[in-house]
Ligand binder design. Sequence first.
Ligand SMILES: NC(=O)c1ccc[n+]([C@@H]2O[C@H](COP(=O)([O-])OP(=O)(O)OC[C@H]3O[C@@H](n4cnc5c(N)ncnc54)[C@H](O)[C@@H]3O)[C@@H](O)[C@H]2O)c1
Length: 281
Amino acid sequence: MGSQIGMACALAGYQVNVQDVSADSLTRAESTLRGLMERRVEKGRITAEEVADAFARLSFTTELDAVATEADLVIEAAVENLPVKQEIFRRLDALCPERTILASNSSSFVPSRIAEATQRPDRVINIHFFNPALVMKCVEVVRGPQTSAETLAAAVALVETLDKVPVVMQKEINGFIANRILDAIRTEAVFLLEGGYASITDIDVACRTALGHPKGPFELQDMTGLDIGYASKQGRFEESGDPAEAPSRSLSERVAAGHLGRKTGQGWYRYDTHGNLIGEA
Ligand SMILES: NC(=O)c1ccc[n+]([C@@H]2O[C@H](COP(=O)([O-])OP(=O)(O)OC[C@H]3O[C@@H](n4cnc5c(N)ncnc54)[C@H](O)[C@@H]3O)[C@@H](O)[C@H]2O)c1
């Protein structure tokens, strides 16, 4: 997510530093981006020159200190783990200039929980992109109770310059808009699966062909990552204490076994080494 958000910003003309603790992740991210952009050039959607210009604005580094000190905006997209995010925001708060807006791409954690780690809750906000960030138009901009009107306006303006569509949450709630609605669909899909009412494939087919969804709930979660879905269910469960919000048995078992979706070759479905679908797992 982080590298695609960075690329989207670089394509829009911003100077971007993509930072990760893992040098391997950065190498993989850059080569994936180069492949994606090459295909766009081949399809005539963008010129080779525009791509070269965007890459000239994009740098990859493991050194947070060096790049944070000059950032106007940071969009954090590290693992979906609240203590990790809070630690990153604590460091950013100390390193970044006073003007810097600190945003999170978290799929579930509300800005007020992340802002707790900083002395600037008025400049903390969620700018939540959807996967794949280079393609998906919708971006949820979520303000916390202390987020200022200026920060909200700056985040909305940024999203618009990326040629994306901002939707604003005026009041924070875990999971935001789209994922809360998706979660209700997933909960019903897992109920039908665990009750033996229908197969993974048939539930996905019904959602695609009867409801017009581009992807069924299981195939979509294989793409976005079962660990991400698990973490967001767990986060909501911990916040509400409502067992109905806890991750399902079938999701928990897969995550515990390391079957996280396409990225591990198996999730709800199995995939070969080229990413082609083999069948249900
Ligand atoms: N996957 C999705 O569909 C999706 C969609 C929207 C939002 N998000 C959100 O984006 C964030 C990242 O998700 P992802 O799917 O890209 O995860 P990922 O696991 O693919 O990538 C996370 C990256 O963060 C890096 N990282 C870990 N700790 C770090 C630290 N302290 N500092 C810097 N980098 C660190 C890891 O090395 C890894 O490269 C999460 O908050 C998630 O909720 C994900």
